[in-house]
Design a protein around this ligand. Structure first.
Ligand code: F6R
Length: 609
């Protein structure tokens, strides 16, 4: 999604803004642009493509100044091209703006403005907003921004410059992330604090409907009624080195290899020394509520939704509470049946996914309490939820989610035991067995990395295929979905995940000697059944890549390729099996020469509907 950065202070602003934009590249974008205020005029430079393309253009530009804004655009309204990229300016050229979000009523506003004689230069919804601000501007930029924002519906994070106000930037937000970094004699802002964390860790998270007037030394926040509001300065602990690739060629590979550490950090301090209780002090206040729930509704998107599907199996098994799993975008627009006895559980890496945020509001309005599993501290979802359990994966930069997913599975497993104990559906021995197994996961994942060479060979053999099927049963089914998603998003190979038993109800028609099928066949009570599915694929000459438990040597006689994972219980095997699927997708994408960390059309965090 679009990224916004800005600086005003005493230093040359453009290098800081460009550096900030580079840190936001992970969000996904197709064009970029900056505007710098030189004191007398505002110079705008834009480029289609990457930040490097923008930097090349800047070499020819003359603009210098201590106040600048920057933007990476992920196209929604209007194709990626120079005229649609940001910053945009009004017809008079005295107002310049960058925007993340969607102005939903732009059509009507555009007609109105055109009738008044405004000639639009782009196909974007954003241009309507800059024209509108220009219409209202009489020397008070914040007043004009507020007046314009009161006319628009939709979502926005914006930053606005006025030609005759060289030391001021006005920013505002509604349902799109935006935070301010307070420095000494300088201020920064960004869609993500990562954009300026090298310079200051003093962060103010702007709330929806707030407008901030920034100068190098001051921050004034108002609401849309123009009234001054107070704000809290947070000391953010975010290590800038955690957002470097280090020795790895891609963030995705680095993040795959970080999983043992990320899982250890997520487990630390959450299991009692006797291994029989889960410690989630963040839920202490809500124990009585959690004891009274009779339904869990899990709401998420993408990979986090897959984690929710895994949770359905383990929560129903251990806590004996009925669970439903829904896509956030579907949940928010249907008429869900829930009440104060329903726990709505949302799962999100970024904590900024627009549909999940909206779903939280819906659920709370219907009387439910919301527990969220989130990776990014102080993100919108974390702030909006009644209860939060953090995953400690650390920053995830690669667009394809890896370590966030496995740490979500760990938190969900812990939560299933916690609820099982609370509802007396899990005895000491059963809880202890699960928790001891969970503690072994970091080491067992490290063993899976021994298969990397084998997986590379499989990737070489399969990267030219254009389709693939992923099959699993039980908890293996959502893992199959996740494996297929990883492959399609970074290698652009069409892949589908299915519950293996469903194969006979349609997908089996696709199987021939050109169709690779990845089967999750680890030991467990469904093993014999999935072996039957493997034989069905083989009988139709399909190519078989089987993820099997280490002790299953015999499978080599049936499968074309075998990837072994350590022997473990079914639900732990599911967590271990994710890792070879991530590596398989990664090496296939590398073989194909794809842009692994920034796949085409994708954004790291989907902050628009
Ligand atoms: C896929 C992926 C996405 C996200 C989805 C939800 O690899 O990363 O499918 O899982 O956009 O994002 P979060 O978890 O940030 O809410």
């Amino acid at each position: 999604m679009c990224g916004i950065v800005g600086y005003l202070g005493k230093k040359e602003a453009l290098p800081l803004v460009i550096d900030g934009l580079k840190y936001l590249e992970y969000r996904g974008y197709d064009s970029a642009g900056v505007a710098v205020h030189s004191g007398k005029k505002i110079e705008i430079v834009k480029a289609v493509g990457k930040i490097n393309d923008l930097e090349q253009k800047l070499e020819q530009a003359s603009g210098k100044g201590t106040c600048a804004i920057g933007h990476t655009r992920w196209a929604t309204h209007g194709k990626p091209c120079l005229k649609n990229s940001h910053p945009h300016q009004n017809t008079d050229g005295n107002i310049v703006l960058v925007h993340n979000g969607i102005i939903e009523n732009y059509g009507g506003l555009k007609i109105k403005l055109e009738e008044e004689g405004v000639v639009f230069k782009s196909e974007t919804d954003t241009e309507v907003l800059v024209q509108l601000i220009g219409r209202y501007y009489d020397g008070d930029l914040a007043k004009a921004v507020i007046a314009a924002l009161r006319e628009v519906t939709g979502t926005y994070a914006i930053a606005v410059l006025a030609k005759d106000r060289p030391n001021e930037i006005v920013i505002a937000k509604k349902s799109a992330p935006l935070c301010i970094g307070i420095g000494k004699g300088e201020n920064f802002f960004g869609s993500d604090a990562i954009a300026f964390i090298k310079h200051t860790n003093k962060v103010v998270y702007l709330k929806d409907g707030e407008v901030a007037v920034l100068t190098p030394k001051t921050v004034l926040i108002k609401n849309l009624q123009g009234k001054k509001v107070s704000y809290k300065v947070n000391n953010l602990s975010l290590d800038p080195s955690s957002i470097e690739k280090g020795e790895y060629p891609h963030f995705m590979l680095k993040e795959i290899y970080e999983q043992p550490r990320a899982i250890q950090d997520t487990l630390d301090g959450r299991i009692s020394p006797q291994n029989d209780e889960v410690i989630l002090t963040e839920l202490d206040k809500y124990q009585e509520y959690l004891l009274g729930i009779n339904k869990i509704l899990i709401v998420a998107c993408g990979t986090s939704w897959h984690a929710g599907l895994v949770a359905e199996y383990i929560l129903e098994k251990h806590a004996r509470i009925p669970v439903e799993v829904d896509y956030a975008a579907e949940f928010r627009y249907r008429f869900p049946v829930l009440d104060e006895k329903t726990l709505v559980l949302t799962i999100s890496q970024s904590g900024e996914t627009a549909d999940t945020i909206a779903a939280i509001g819906e659920a709370q309005a219907l009387g439910a309490k919301v527990l969220s599993i989130v990776n990014v501290p102080a993100s919108t979802i974390a702030r909006d939820s009644d209860m939060v359990i953090y995953t400690y994966a650390g920053r995830e930069i690669g667009v394809a989610s890896t370590k966030a997913f496995t740490t979500q599975l760990i938190v969900l497993s812990l939560f299933a035991v916690y609820l099982g104990r609370l509802h007396h559906s899990l005895d000491d021995a059963a809880a202890s067995a699960i928790l001891q197994n969970l503690k072994r996961v970091p080491n067992e994942i490290a063993k899976v990395f021994n298969e990397a060479k084998n997986i590379k060979k499989i990737a070489k053999a399969f990267h030219k295929h254009s389709n693939a099927l992923y099959l699993g049963r039980g908890v293996g089914f959502p893992i199959a979905l996740e494996g297929a998603l990883k492959l399609k998003e970074i290698s652009y190979i069409h892949a589908e995940g299915y519950p293996a038993a469903e194969m006979k109800h349609g997908p089996i028609a696709l199987i021939d000697e050109n169709m690779p099928t990845v089967v999750l066949a680890f030991k467990g009570r469904r093993y014999e059944k999935i072996l039957g599915n493997i034989m069905e694929v083989k009988a139709r000459k399909g190519k078989l890549i089987v993820i099997a438990s280490e002790s299953n040597d015999g499978i080599k006689r049936i499968a074309d390729w075998v990837i072994h994972i350590p022997d473990a219980s079914e639900s732990i095997s599911a967590i271990l099996a994710v890792v070879p699927l991530q590596l398989l997708a990664y090496y296939i994408a590398v073989e194909k020469g794809c842009s692994v960390d920034q796949p085409r059309n994708l954004a790291k965090s989907v902050t628009v509907e």
